[in-house]
Design a binder for this molecule. Structure first.
Ligand SMILES: Nc1ncnc2c1ncn2[C@@H]1O[C@H](COP(=O)(O)OP(=O)(O)OP(=O)(O)O)[C@@H](O)[C@H]1O
Ligand SMILES: [Mg+2]
Length: 269
């Protein structure tokens, strides 16, 4: 990764500047992000890692303007997301392809209809063009033959793949994927990562991926952001993580390196 490029702000698609986010709980105020700073380089893949409850999903929600920070700024292409309303917020969101944790499919729509939805809603395409695009993505994700099923008839891993197919329909400039491979077997996980690489070469999008698939995800990541107790650390190589002087980073590294993801097969959250 060329560090010089990162110093130029136009190459930073997303910037967090002194961002603080907390929630009120029964035991008082819980600070999730405590004045964090990081940026997401254009056309690259940033992986967000960290233990459960450390603010990974909250970070994605701030980027999309689904939540507002308490203080600081979240900029997307230089625009302060929390200041956008109505049409300008809607326009900002059209830049994104999003896979929420848990896939969030429409239960009353088939696989085909779920994937075709963004195409029908957002751009004028002819029927056969929609069909070609949807079927080609379903093929890529090994979902061909399942297009007439409903979400209730699918396994957790299949639902994830349908969610991914939907997120990729509009050739988004920025993709935000929250645990895209949780619940998938190791082979499918590798295939999904290969597909991300191919897609990124082809479409050139900026990717922000929340993932526990360490070390597998390193092959994809240009930058790794680790969240822990309100703080953030940014790394560009696995080596940097391994040699970090911070004990919790060491712990995290050892824990994730020793963790076999295939035992996690049922965990689709
Ligand atoms: N809407 C909300 N209201 C109150 N607390 C919230 C809300 N959203 C998130 N939190 C709290 O913020 C913290 C961070 O949540 P977040 O969902 O970002 O965790 P995460 O890192 O994505 O964890 P996981 O790996 O389990 O998905 C948690 O303590 C959570 O309970
Ligand atoms: Mg989460």
């Amino acid at each position: 990764m060329n560090k010089d490029n990162l110093d130029n702000n136009t190459d930073k698609v997303i910037r967090f500047i002194d961002v603080t986010k907390s929630f009120m709980g029964r035991e008082g105020r819980h600070v999730v992000l405590d004045g964090v700073n990081f940026s997401v380089p254009r056309g690259k893949t940033t992986v967000i890692a960290g233990g459960s409850g450390q603010g990974k999903s909250v970070t994605l929600k701030l980027i999309l303007g689904l939540m507002s920070q308490d203080s600081g700024h979240v900029l997307v292409d230089g625009q302060d997301v929390s200041r956008l309303r109505g049409e300008s917020l809607r326009r900002l969101r059209t830049k994104f392809g999003v896979l929420f944790q848990g896939a969030a499919l429409f239960d009353s729509l088939t696989v085909y209809e779920n994937v075709a939805l963004p195409l029908r809603e957002r751009i004028r395409l002819k029927g056969h063009e929609i069909q070609e695009r949807v079927m080609s993505t379903l093929n890529d994700l090994e979902l061909a033959g399942h297009e007439n099923k409903y979400p209730a008839q699918l396994s957790g891993g299949m639902k994830k793949r349908v969610g991914l197919a939907r997120a990729l329909q509009l050739d988004p400039q920025i993709v935000l994927f929250d645990e895209p491979t949780t619940g998938l077997d190791p082979l499918m996980t590798s295939e999904i990562y290969d597909m991300f690489s191919r897609n990124q070469d082809h479409i050139g999008y900026t990717a922000v991926i929340v993932s526990h698939d360490i070390p597998k995800v390193f092959t994809l990541a240009d930058q790794i952001v680790i969240l822990n107790k309100g703080e953030i650390d940014v790394f560009s190589t696995p080596d940097e993580i391994q040699h970090s002087a911070k004990p919790y980073i060491q712990e995290f590294y050892e824990m994730t390196m020793n963790h076999d993801n295939s035992h996690d097969g049922n965990r689709v959250t």
